[in-house]
Every structure is written in C-alpha cells, then in structure tokens.
Design a protein around this ligand. Sequence first.
Ligand code: NAD
Length: 359
Amino acid sequence: MSVGVLRYGVVGVGMMGCEHIRNLVAIEGCEVAAIADPHQPSRQNALQLAPSVSEYLDHREMLRKEHLDVVVIATPNFHHRQAIADALEHDVHVFVEKPLCITADECREVIEVERRASQQDRVVWVGLEYRFMAPTARLIAEVKKGSCGKVQMISIREHRFPFLNKVDNWNRFNRFTGGTLVEKCCHFFDLMILLAQARPKTVYASGAQSVNHLDERYGGAKPDILDNAYVTVEFDTGVRAMLDLSMFAEGGKNEQEICVVGDQGKIEALMPESLVRIGRRDKGRKGVEEVKVEQSSSTVVGMHFGASYIEHLEMQKAIREKSPSLVTLQDGLMSVAIGQAAHLSIAESRTVDFGEIEG
Ligand SMILES: NC(=O)c1ccc[n+]([C@@H]2O[C@H](COP(=O)([O-])OP(=O)(O)OC[C@H]3O[C@@H](n4cnc5c(N)ncnc54)[C@H](O)[C@@H]3O)[C@@H](O)[C@H]2O)c1
C-alpha cells in the first residue's frame, strides 16, 4: 500500500459510486484508476466522470489485475459482506458504504475476516457520512465541548421523500437492504451512539409500510420496506434517544432535525436549512444562539453537504499518517445492530434487549 498518489478502484458505480468518483477526481493526490460494475448504464455514467478508468464487470478481476491502494465499495447492501471479504484478500485500504452489512452477524463476520487478514496500517472505513455533514459536525463538536452539559436526551427526526429507484430495485426489499431501519437509519443510530458515548441497552420500535410502494410489483413481488417508524433507544448510562422517521414527508422545511438536550442546555441541527441552535437553560429562550453553518467553499458539494469529500480527505489523512480509521467496522456493526433490534421489536411487538443482537 503506497502513500504516493493513491490509486482507487470503485466497486458499484450507481448513484453513490458516482458520488464518490465525483469527489475523488476533485481531490489532489489520488486517482480513480478502475471501476467494476456488471451494469453497463452505470459504467457509462461513471466513465463520463472519469473517462480514462479501466472498466471491469467483476470486482474480483479488478482486484487481481489493478495495483490499487484503496477500494471503495458502493454496491447494494446485500453485496457488501462478499465485496469486503474479497477486497481484504488484497493489499488495499477499504472504504465501504453504509450500512456495513445487512445484519449484525454479517458485520461480525467481516470484522473477523479483517482481524485474520491482520494487515498492519490498513485503514478500513465505513461511510457513515452524516458525521461529516457541516451542521451535524458542528452539533457533535458543541456536545463534545460541553455546550449543553451532560447529555440526557437525543431526538432525531428524519422527514423526507420516499426511497429513490435503484438498479434492479434492490432497495424495495428487506432481504436486500436489511430493512429501512438498517439501510437508512444506521446513519442516525451511529449519531446517537456518538452523541451518547454509551452502550445501547434496550430498543423499542413501532413502524409500518403505510403509504409508499404499495402498488409496485417486481417480478410479481410487493415491496416490503417500512416507510414510517418511531424508535426509542435507552443507553446504559440513562441517556435516552428517539428516532422519528417518515418517508412521505416532503412537505416540510427540513429533512433532518437533530436535537440534543443536556442538563445545562439544548443544541439543535436543522438540515437543509443548515442552522445550528445553541441554548443554555440559564439564558432562556432569548439567549439562544442561531448559527448558519456552511460547508467550506473548497468542498465539492454533492449530496449531504459534501460529506463524501470530507470523509475521503479524512480517510486519506489516516492512510498517509498511518492513524486509525475514524469510522470503524465496530461503528458499522453497532449502527446496524440497533436497526436490526428495531426491526425485531416491530416484528415481535416487544422491547428488545440490545444484548440479543449484540451477542
Ligand atoms: N452514504 C449515504 O448517505 C448513501 C446514500 C445512498 C446510498 N448509499 C449506499 O451506497 C450503496 C449503493 O447505493 P446506490 O444508491 O448507489 O445504489 P444503485 O442501485 O444506484 O447502485 C448500485 C450499483 O452497484 C452495482 N452492482 C450490483 N451488484 C454488483 C456487483 N456484484 N459488483 C459490482 N457492482 C454491482 C449495480 O449495478 C449498481 O450500478 C448502498 O449500500 C447504499 O446504502 C449511501
């Protein structure tokens, strides 16, 4: 694994793979050398962004033939486990899109494969990029510096549009995605853990597929992904967190509203309004500071406030400085495990002890 110009190979060049390519071509000190995707239209789109890349239909052939430094995996969720295992057989750093895998068991398998491969200084990074969106990054920084005191409550509301159409409609079925609370909401469970700095203890959820995709059929099969849910997570420190998800709520100003209440104050991040509000109990309503948080102008602003650009810069820093990944396989596992626990809670109408999933 060299530390000169970093040669990237991208596995899966659909919407998110292209987002990575768009960002990587704008970063100095790296090049996108190869792509692997069996779907010709996806490869065609990727070639428009990086015309001189080598094209492969099979990622294993790409891994064998190209001398890559970093492999980005942006295939459908159900394929991550195999793609990571294949990549880990080579001398490469690995970036894998969220969710790490579709179940906690699969995540643990991947962690074991990585441990056995024991490649020194290898950076393996999970693309939980909401950490790097400017408003959430500011909220996290404020919590860390104690602006709201000791964290007690975290509430995350995502009210957004329905799932987009994907290649082969993989995102319409739980068996390919892990379920909406894994596929989509692993981002938010990751933020909860990061903000709570504690271990989840119990998960209770209520949710259903009430509005979206009800009339769609794929090969005769009806989509089974839920489109609305409430999830509560209790942590072993007494911190409690709540997710409010609606995927038929385009009629709102913000898609995400993240709120942390501590014993001394309250911090909110609102997106896409890009506002962070910081308030102290002792200053009351009039003392609430409202900050417009913009992404740095050097960032390639793609999806999510240019978070992919920032996470690649951070990952490259870790590679060059031989420092640890900021978003580890363990982080990937925990974010999937809460989503899985929430789905189990819905399926069995009961509170799930996190230990049942954590193992
Ligand atoms: N970080 C984020 O916020 C974010 C946003 C969207 C998607 N994602 C994640 O990115 C991943 C890809 O999602 P997407 O929206 O780009 O889906 P997509 O359907 O647009 O693209 C997936 C691509 O993978 C290709 N593919 C399928 N099997 C493959 C294989 N065996 N080898 C190589 N390529 C293969 C498909 O042909 C397709 O081009 C998913 O894991 C998704 O959860 C993350």
